[in-house]
Design a binder for this molecule. Structure first.
Ligand SMILES: CC(=O)SCCNC(=O)CCNC(=O)[C@H](O)C(C)(C)COP(=O)(O)OP(=O)(O)OC[C@H]1O[C@@H](n2cnc3c(N)ncnc32)[C@H](O)[C@@H]1OP(=O)(O)O
Ligand SMILES: CC(C)C(=O)C(=O)O
Length: 575
């Protein structure tokens, strides 16, 4: 790299825009979208798509809501030409969907493009030529006058050809004129070219119902997004007959600001956006239509495109383009609805709980609801995670909702493993850690059933209408019991049964919850010394089809935990 890059790289000269309006506007409606996945996306991949692949993608684009689709560069190859023919001959283009094809301003290629579209209903015929000095001097090696003449002549040729093909095949042709290199051009010169194009189109046939679309690309994004918006606003304000034209933008992502440039251009007066799904396309790609659309969605603006089955789309596009979607890609990446860090997990979990009673999305760290796109929020647990993350995993995996002190104990145990082993802990392992820690008895038997290794276990229990009988084994000695089924009575019976151990247990708290999985009980006991002084406390967890059994299992688990030396130091000595 150069210490001083200024002699090599010249700064783009911003347009002199007086009384700029776009910064204080907001976007209220979605633009007209055009997907160029089958053209710009396809011209920039190692193995361009086959006709079958293009057809599958075309159907997906239609299904996801695109009404304008650039399908090919027909003059490029037999495959491109053949694809357009296939679409038309097989009647693949639904009513209301317009196909776009692109051609350079060269008569033979324009003709070939018209030939490809024979018989289609509504065709957007996109011609392109450049107004940028670097193209004029390096590629065309001509003058500004030549550029204007070239644009006008080829537009006139396209108009005459369009009239002829319309007569023969009933096709409605709409002109799209792309000013290649727009953002590197002088804006007054762009206006001259656009004006010449419009005059050529209008003067070579009767008025057309569909307005000309002027496509204003950042063919190479080489200036800041705000400069691009200024350029678009300049055209918007100064183009003659502005109300008879549509302004379209087509931004590449060379500076990584294609989305910002597109959004700002919409504020500045653009009405139509061309781009690709997930930002495919030449070099750094075209603007990502998924991001632009979902940025609107996140502001409460209906985007007119459907991304509700995001993973399917990612999978399809990855396979057809041979280019993966980055795990952190906005809205679509594998990791964008995932939190590893404790603070984020805590905020998201609290937010999701509050959303159960709210309709306005307000979840910290999650700008949108992943379920809108067929995704779910994932808390993934490593050494950066806190209690909220593990608690969320248990809620999702075991349908178990822990009080704060239990969460803290689980978190300590999880942290011990994840930090010492330097790895992520999968949900199953977290369930096992929890089950082992709190001797979780799940007699419903869904997941993670801890085997009872404690001194106390439940051998049998039978629940009648009002009472419960059974046998608790204490140090291998079976002890029958009989109790009413209310929780305090059940816990009391359990504690009386284990009295023979010579220890005193006191009930501190009990929590119950029912769901389709059964009843879940959490019992918090304190162990007390013979003199009655307070010792540590510990929780037990139990689940069963009937509440009294769940409570009994939880009480036994808590006793076992305390007997094995586990304990939260509450108020006194560790027993
Ligand atoms: C910015 C964009 O993405 S535009 C789309 C670009 N996409 C593609 O190029 C994919 C398909 N392209 C092709 O199949 C071929 O390049 C073709 C059929 C268009 C032309 O092929 P060739 O005749 O072999 O020309 P080649 O590609 O080597 O060079 C381009 C020629 O077109 C000229 N040209 C470039 N842009 C334009 C234009 N907008 N209008 C007219 N001529 C142009 C160049 O000056 C050059 O002319 P030259 O041969 O007199 O120097
Ligand atoms: C020709 C236009 C549409 C284009 O693809 C570009 O300039 O990038």
């Amino acid at each position: 790299m150069l210490l001083d890059p200024s002699p090599k790289y010249q700064r783009i000269k911003p347009v002199n825009l007086v009384d700029r309006q776009w910064p204080s506007r907001t976007i209220e409606h979605h633009p007209t979208w055009l997907s160029t996945d089958l053209r710009d996306g396809n011209q920039a991949i190692v193995k361009p798509m086959s006709i079958a692949q293009k057809l599958a993608l075309f159907r997906i684009l239609v299904e996801r809501g695109f009404r304008q689709i650039e399908v090919a560069f027909p003059a490029a190859s037999e495959t491109e030409f053949g694809f357009v023919r296939t679409l038309i001959q097989n009647q693949e283009i639904p009513d209301g969907v317009a196909i776009q094809v692109i051609t350079p301003a060269r008569k033979d290629l324009i003709l070939r493009s018209f030939e490809a579209t024979r018989g289609a209903k509504h065709v957007l015929m996109q011609l392109y030529s450049s107004t940028a000095p670097v193209f004029r001097d390096v590629v065309y090696k001509n003058t500004n006058e030549d550029i204007i003449r070239m644009a006008a002549e080829h537009t006139a040729f396209a108009r005459i050809t369009a009239i002829q093909y319309s007569k023969e095949y009933g096709t409605e042709f709409q002109l799209v004129y792309a000013i290649e290199g727009f953002s590197q051009s002088d804006m007054d010169f762009v206006i001259k070219v656009c004006d010449a194009v419009k005059n050529a189109w209008d003067s070579h046939g009767p008025p057309t119902a569909r307005p000309i679309i002027f496509n204003l690309p950042a063919s190479v994004e080489c200036g800041p997004a705000n400069h691009y918006a200024d350029q678009v606003e300049y055209i918007h304000k100064n183009l003659p007959n502005r109300d008879q034209c549509i302004l379209s933008v087509h931004v590449h992502n060379d500076r990584g600001t294609a989305v910002a440039a597109t959004e700002q251009a919409l504020l500045a007066g653009a009405e139509r956006v061309e781009g690709c799904l997930f930002g495919n396309g030449e070099r750094t790609g075209n603007v990502d239509l998924v991001t632009v659309a979902l940025n609107l969605y996140s502001q409460g603006v209906a985007p007119g495109l459907d991304f509700s089955r995001m993973d399917e789309l990612v999978q399809f596009m990855t396979q057809v383009n041979g280019i993966p979607v980055h795990p952190r890609h906005p809205y679509a990446g594998e990791l964008v609805y995932t939190a590893f860090s404790g603070g984020h997990q805590d905020g998201i979990r609290k937010g999701l709980h509050l959303m159960e009673n709210s309709t306005v999305w307000a979840v910290p760290y999650l700008p949108l609801d992943p379920t809108d796109f067929g995704r779910v929020y994932e808390a993934r647990i490593n050494s950066q995670s806190g209690k909220g993350g593990a608690a969320y995993v248990l809620e999702q995996s075991l349908d178990i909702y822990l009080p704060r002190s239990m969460q803290m104990e689980v978190s300590k145990a999880v942290q011990l493993v994840s930090d010492s082993e330097g790895r992520e802990l999968p949900a199953d392992e977290i369930c096992t850690i929890f089950s082992d820690l709190f001797d979780f008895h799940d007699s419903v038997g869904r997941k993670a059933v801890a085997s009872t290794t404690g001194r106390v276990s439940l051998q049998s229990c039978e629940i009648h209408e009002e009472t419960m009988d059974g046998v608790i084994v204490v140090d291998q000695k079976p002890l029958p019991f009989h109790t009413t089924i209310q929780s305090p009575a059940v816990i009391k019976t359990c504690l009386q049964t284990v009295n023979g151990l010579g220890l005193r247990f006191k009930l501190l708290e009990e929590e119950q919850r029912s769901s389709i999985l059964g009843f879940t009980s959490l019992v918090h006991l304190e162990i007390q010394s013979k003199t009655g002084s307070h010792g540590n406390s510990w929780w037990g967890a139990g689940r069963a089809k009937q509440q009294p059994e769940a409570t009994l299992r939880a009480a036994i688990s808590a006793v076992n935990g305390l007997l094995s030396g586990k304990g939260i130091a509450n108020a006194g000595v560790k027993c």
